[in-house]
Design a protein. Sequence first.
Length: 570
Amino acid sequence: MKKVLILTTVLGLAATMQAQVRMNQVGLTPQQEKVAVVEGAVKASNVKILNAKTGKSVVKPHVLRTATSPFSKKKRTVLDFSQLKAEGDYVVVSGKYRQPFSIRNHALSEVSKGALKAFYLVRSGMPIEAQFAGEFARPAGHLDTKVMIHPSAVSPGRPAGSVISSPAGWYDAGDYNKYVVNSSYSIGLMLCAYQQCVDYFKGQNLGIPESKNQTADLLDEMMYNLKWLLTMQDPWDGGVYHKLTTPNFEGFVKPTDCHQQRYVVAKSTAATLDFAAVMAQAARLLKDNRDYPEFAEQAQRAALAAYHWAELHPKDFYQQEVMNRLHKPAVATGTYGDFFVGDEFFWAATELYLLTSDEKFKQDAEKHQPRNFRASSWASVAPLGVYEWLTWQQETELGQTCKKHLMAYCDSLVKAVPTSSFQTPSGNRAHDFNWGCLGGSFCSTGVALLFAYQMSNDSKYLTAARENADYVLGRNALGFCYVTGFGTKSPMNPHHRISAADGIEKPFPGLLVGGPNPGQQDKANVHQPYPSNFPDESYIDDAESYASNEIAINWNAELVSLMGWLDALN
């Protein structure tokens, strides 16, 4: 670990030379807005845009504004050079600082593929093969064929200590456990994006074991986790276990070196409704699929049974501390606790209505419809229902209400751009920065903006979505491209057990880290202090930093959805 940290420090010094010029490090498309942000107040005449091959100046940028950070009060110059549209490789030069960038069609295709391919790399229960993963190949870990029923999860046919098989699925985050709430949300959001860009995703070849079949690779990857989710439903009553977990987090060891007993623990209303929603959604999208001919019918039955259980148990919230007082072994892993499930009922009822056309589910969706819009997250899944109403039932009264709320939310985001330090709709308020903000505050809001663009055909929403993508890919306070393996300065030490334990210097590519988090809940654990308490600079590239540098499937799902959709629009 020390060698990696020293190397990162050295690389960080070199990267600082580039980081004084902040911009998208992955690639820009010919027609999109092009913005660079330079530290300090500078004149446009002191910034050059050069052809990387010839060294000749190609265009003169103009200053949009000198912005003052609402957090650090630092001055920054926001420069626009959108008139540059020719494909090629370029360099922004400001004094001694240089930042390379490129312009090309489908500039986001590789990061879109990489973000989705990362789900294959974090599959549980199967060997990750060299022909698909290259140097990141590894033997199978966590087969999960002998998982115990925790005392909190008993039913007449499954007493405590009995054994079930619950293989497949994705490792959830930096740890090795599998969580129904987060898995369902992650799949649900990516399937929402898939429905907007079907042809794009059908044409995307990830190079995964299923790539040669007739199904889009995105759907194949979803199926690997959906198969696991089906095993998390108790056949006796339709309820769904909250998670599959070890009692304690494993250390930073390889999957094959993990030896704790794994359990399924208490059923919860939130997990069961999220399960019902995503099963209904997947059943609709995979109906008559030749590669998975039995899945749609099985998923529909599972969704209906789960919804019925949730109606009978509307307030069975997952409360780990209470559970631990009543049952042993105690469980200390992630909770995904949620004490309001109106949004889960709305999403599940929406998906079941679209699948079955049963008016009961439409009435339930109307009963639980949200009163406003906010970006989606595992704890706020109503937007996934909103997106479905906008896609399939826009002209209904409920669809029109959903549209009104979405457009008001997105208009409030767009209004922030003209005074932003980084020409972005997000990242202008302190509360935009928190645990997992790059997924929630930037990518997830970017998806909302794309739906607003889809509804209105107003390019301001598309531009705003691209601006949030630019932030994630480098135009930010620290000059990081926050997706591993991409850009000129990206995280090398994510809080990710496999990447830390596999003996490979590079982390898995395509992973979005959580990002700046002024809460610094892990500051007692990190090897070096956070560089700043300012909200947008409170980030550290340290494997021990779970608060700012962990990875998670929900954040990657938000990244996949934003980058894939933007690339489809080119």
